[in-house]
Design a protein around this ligand. Structure first.
Ligand code: PRX
Length: 648
């Protein structure tokens, strides 16, 4: 966390109070109602969460709402429940039994609808499949699948028997899968032959085969047939999903699990070393995602709710699967790319299914803007009543475009700030209560107590930029990093004593609204996904011609941040062919999402006398800034000129 020096330059004064018609029917109807909830939760967190917990179905009641202090907290101690029961079974006792749980469209245009009853049957069957493969409570199961309904079935089936799912986004490479399998010591991998993305096949099973050469804990692989592409099935290890399901019983009692039973691990990038296995547990996470889905998206039974995130990211875990399903909502899922076969695919889907709530990322919004208003204008988007944004700060101009062109100046926008680690949304408008401001995620949700502090942990006054921290624990917070509790303590709780440190810089304005400015550590936010500069650097130096590499982000029109790599070679001068080779190399090691945007060769990198690479100088150079920051500690001034000359 070197060089924290946060100056907020954004001067945004536009305000959008909630429309009366929206507030009238919203779950939280006014600023006063929100204030009351927030203060109740702040003054009496255990009373508040104790009463909220009644929104879950429990097999056994808990004795204590909260035990311990941050960082080592336990919620709803002694209680027993099951997340899949809360997402599915309990709706079967109501009229929702035959309500659509999932409405799905594949990229080629194939469609499927699963009612809650269908989802229950498939989940029970697959839970029995997992049992038949020897999966027991607590075992780790890797899921590496396209965005098809079966990914939800696989997750809920794990949850049903107490197995811990570890989903790896389908865009990650075989090496990344191997690394995560090894860290989690996964017993089973669930995958598909492939999935569709922008008209091309993503060959998932091939990647799994390659990954299993390097990860030896995996004993069984289940393969869903999605694309029909020829693949190799290894006898005794690989099984077709449909073969196993044909034999499976549709009855499977949900396991009665302790509140703190691990629900899943999700790997995310940190500023150093290997990816971090963020671990979430059953009761707190399910409650957090359920309540925030209701408050923030104002979910009603008549809604058709679409979160465009892949289930492989936390947004998909919390707001495609657990949160909306716990509320008995109808969830729209679309497998493919927003610009296939044309740039208006999303708007076509909204019109076709009469989507009412649409939740996407600023990087996508910036692409839509670039593709042109004619695409959304071709479609009737009047079914929409609420829009959401997540993953990175949304620039006010993108916010205004979203508001006008997609929302018809009618739909509130919820800009939701949260993280893989927080499990559920932390700071966001409540659409019927909060006055929104373009670029601000506004106010903390009930039960969330943020602050803006100095490096020493002192609270800062309004409008001063500083570090964003949480002063009170909340139910859906991560409990540990899998197999590395030390790293958990160090990463989140050692920088600012007594607080959870999120790694973001932010300010709070005079209305109590938060403006998040981005990461203060060496973590990039590329298209709303976190990537560690360190991981890209290690991928680069694993190439035989690379002696040293330093990776920094630079402002990128669509992705938010682009990846710029400064590389010094062991021998010779770099050329375009080598640039391409290095880009491919990183892609192979981590995945397409980490593919560098810029490679710049230089025979030296700017270093301090003690040998530390001065990244802030590199950031200035990558961004094309002429004047760089303080260079007094730089060892060799000549390096700067050479680096500037190393243009892409
Ligand atoms: O920097 C913040 C940014 O994304 C980070 C969390 O990334 P990840 O764990 O991958 O989760 C993304 C989806 C929840 C945060 O530390 N971020 C996320 N949402 C926002 C945001 N920055 C500003 N505004 C947001 N709404």
């Amino acid at each position: 966390m070197s060089g924290v020096n946060i100056t907020s330059v954004l001067q945004e004064t536009r305000k959008f109070p909630p429309a009366k018609e929206f507030s009238a029917t919203a779950h939280v109807k006014s600023e006063a109602e929100y204030d009351e909830l927030w203060w109740k939760a702040k003054d009496d967190p255990t009373g508040f969460w104790g009463s909220m917990s009644q929104n879950l179905d429990w097999f056994e009641p808990f004795d204590t709402v909260l035990e311990g202090e941050m960082p080592n907290t336990k919620w709803f101690v002694g209680g027993r429940l099951n997340a899949s029961y809360n997402c599915v079974d309990r709706h079967l006792k109501t009229w929702r039994k035959n309500k659509a749980a999932i409405i799905w469209e594949g990229e080629p245009g194939d469609t499927r609808v699963l009612t809650y009853q269908d989802l229950h049957r498939e989940t029970c069957k697959f839970a029995n499949v997992l049992k038949s493969l020897g999966v027991q409570s607590g075992d780790r199961v890797t899921i590496y699948m396209p965005l098809v309904p079966e990914i939800i079935v696989a997750m809920l089936a794990c949850a049903r028997i107490g197995a811990v799912h570890s989903i790896i986004f389908g865009g990650f490479s075989a090496d990344a899968v191997a690394e995560r399998n090894n860290d989690a010591q996964a017993k089973v991998v669930i995958t598909a032959d492939g999935g569709w993305r922008r008209g091309k096949e993503v060959e998932l099973k091939h990647a799994v085969d390659e990954s299993l050469e390097k990860s030896h804990t995996v004993q069984q692989v289940v393969v869903l047939r999605r694309t029909g592409t020829p693949i190799t099935m290894v006898p005794g290890r690989d099984h077709w999903w449909h073969d196993l399901m044909a034999e499976a019983s549709p009855e499977c009692e949900p396991a009665s699990l302790d509140s703190e039973h691990p629900l899943f691990i999700l790997y995310t990038s940190g500023s150093t070393g290997k990816p971090k296995g963020v671990l979430h547990t059953t009761a707190g996470y399910t409650l957090g995602t359920m309540m925030t889905s209701k408050w923030v998206f104002d979910l009603n039974d008549t809604d058709t709710y679409w979160c465009t995130a892949d289930v492989g990211w936390i947004t998909g875990h919390s707001y495609v699967c657990y949160g909306p399903l716990a509320n008995g909502a109808t969830v729209m899922m679309y497998e493919g790319a927003p610009n296939w076969p044309h740039d208006g695919r999303f708007w076509e889907i909204i019109e076709k299914y009469k989507v009412t709530i649409f939740y996407t990322a600023p990087t996508a919004i910036r692409s839509f803007i670039r593709w042109g208003d004619e695409w959304p204008n071709k479609h009737d988007l009047t079914s929409l009543r609420l829009l959401g944004s997540v993953g990175e700060p949304i620039n006010p101009e993108a916010w205004m475009w979203y508001h006008k062109v997609i929302g018809g100046e009618r739909c509130p926008i919820v800009d939701t700030w949260w993280q893989t680690e927080t499990g559920s949304i932390m700071i966001s408008p409540l659409p019927g209560a909060t006055t929104t401001k373009p670029g601000s995620c506004t106010r903390p949700l009930p039960g969330v107590v943020p602050d803006i502090v100095t490096k020493e942990g002192e609270s800062l006054p309004d409008n001063a930029g500083g570090l964003l921290v949480m002063r009170q624990p909340w139910p859906s917070m991560l409990r540990t990093l899998y197999n590395d509790h030390e790293r958990f303590l160090k990463t989140y709780f050692s920088e600012i004593p007594g607080c959870y440190f999120a790694g973001d810089g932010a300010r709070r304005d005079e209305d109590g609204c938060y403006w998040v400015m981005g990461r203060v550590d060496d973590v990039l936010n590329v298209s709303g996904h976190r990537l560690s500069t360190m991981e890209v650097e290690s991928a680069l130096v694993s190439h035989p011609l690379v002696a040293e590499a330093a990776v920094v982000g630079f402002p990128h029109e669509i992705k938010g941040e682009g990846i710029c790599c400064f590389v010094s070679l062991t021998t010779g001068e770099g050329d375009d062919a080598l640039k391409q080779q290095l880009k491919d190399h990183v892609r192979k090691q981590i995945g397409a999402l980490a593919s560098p945007d810029m490679i710049r060769f230089s025979n030296a990198l700017p270093k301090t006398r003690s040998g530390k690479i001065m990244r802030r100088l590199l950031r200035d150079i990558a961004a094309g800034r002429e004047r760089v920051q303080d260079t007094t500690t730089l060892e060799d001034y000549g390096v700067l000129a050479k680096l500037r000359a190393s243009e892409e």
